[in-house]
Write a protein that binds this ligand. Structure first.
Ligand SMILES: Nc1ncnc2c1ncn2[C@@H]1O[C@H](COP(=O)(O)OP(=O)(O)OP(=O)(O)O)[C@@H](O)[C@H]1O
Length: 241
C-alpha cells in the first residue's frame, strides 16, 4: 500500500531522515518508535506532503506522493492525527468531524454526505450522542477519539497517528488502542503509529519500525524489537544524554 524508498530529508546540515526504506501493507498496524529527535514526525511530514524529501520516493497504492500537497495526499486516502490535538474547540463535535470528511475526500462529496460520514465515524469511536456538544467540553481522551473520527470520516486506506497516547490514563490508552484495532479489523484501514508509550505500541502492532538519528535501525515484530540490541542501545543513549 505505502512504499518509501531511500527517503532523505535535510534541514540545512541536519539529516532528519536518512535514506529510509519501509513499506506498510494492507490492514497492517505498524508502529514507529525512536528516541526524541529521531525523525519520526519529519517522516510523517514527508509522507503527507508537508515537507518534500530531498531524495527518495514514496508511493501510495502505486501513486507517487512526493510533490503532492497535504490536501492531495489526504484525498488519495491518507488521513492523519496530530500530536497536539487540533480540534476547533468552539465548534460542535459533529462540525469537527465533518471538516475531516470534507478535507479528506474529493470535491464530489456533498455536505449532506460529509455530515453522514462524520456521524458514522463519531459513532464508531464511541462519540455517538455527543454530536452537538462543543468539542472544547470533551475530555482530552474524547478529543483524541474525535481526532480519530475526523480522520476516519474521510474513509481513508491509511491513517497516520502521532502520539495519541500522550497524557492519557492506561484505561484511556487501552480504549484508543482498541479503536485503532477496530479501524483495521472492521474498516480495513492500515495504521502507522508514532508512540512513546511502549506498552501500548507493543500490544497491538503487527510490526514496528525504529528510527535513531534519522536512520532506520530495525523493522520487525514487537518481539523482535524488544530483543534487538541496537534498539536497546539507542534508548539507553537517550537516557544517558
Ligand atoms: N522544520 C524544521 N526545521 C529544522 N529542523 C527541524 C525541523 N523539523 C524537525 N527538525 C529537526 O529534525 C530532527 C528530527 O525531528 P523530529 O521532530 O522529526 O523527531 P521526532 O522523532 O518526531 O522527535 P519527538 O519524539 O521528540 O517528537 C530534530 O533534530 C529536529 O530538531
Amino acid at each position: 500500500m505505502l512504499t518509501a524508498t531511500n527517503v532523505t530529508k535535510r534541514f540545512g546540515g541536519l539529516v532528519a531522515v536518512d535514506d529510509v526504506d519501509f513499506s506498510i501493507g494492507d490492514e497492517e498496524i505498524v508502529g514507529l518508535i525512536g528516541p526524541n529527535g529521531a525523525g519520526k514526525t519529519t517522516l510523517f511530514n514527508t509522507i503527507t506532503g508537508v515537507h518534500a524529501p530531498n531524495e527518495g520516493s514514496i508511493t501510495f497504492n502505486g501513486e507517487e506522493l512526493v510533490g503532492k500537497t497535504p490536501n492531495q495526499v489526504a484525498q488519495l486516502g491518507v488521513a492523519r492525527t496530530f500530536q497536539a490535538v487540533r480540534t476547533f474547540n468552539e465548534s460542535s463535535v459533529l462540525d469537527n468531524a465533518t471538516v475531516g470528511a470534507v478535507f479528506g475526500n474529493d470535491e464530489s462529496v456533498s455536505m449532506n454526505e460529509a455530515t453522514e460520514r462524520a456521524r458514522e465515524a463519531l459513532a464508531f469511536v464511541g462519540l455517538g450522542g455527543r454530536e452537538e456538544a462543543e468539542a472544547g467540553s470533551l475530555t482530552i481522551a474524547d478529543r483524541k477519539q474525535l481526532e480519530l473520527a475526523k480522520g476516519l470520516a474521510a474513509d481513508p486506506d491509511l491513517i497516520l497517528v502521532d502520539e495519541i497516547g500522550a497524557g492519557l490514563t492506561p484505561a484511556e490508552i487501552e480504549e484508543i488502542t482498541q479503536t485503532l484495532e477496530r479501524a483495521r479489523d472492521e474498516r480495513g484501514v492500515s495504521v502507522f503509529w508514532i508512540e512513546h508509550i511502549m506498552e501500548a505500541i507493543m500490544s497491538v502492532t503487527d510490526r514496528i519500525i525504529v528510527l535513531n538519528r534519522g536512520e532506520k535501525i530495525a523493522d520487525g515484530t514487537p518481539e523482535e524489537i524488544r530483543s534487538n540490541e541496537q534498539v536497546t542501545q539507542a534508548y539507553l543513549g537517550e537516557v544517558e544524554s
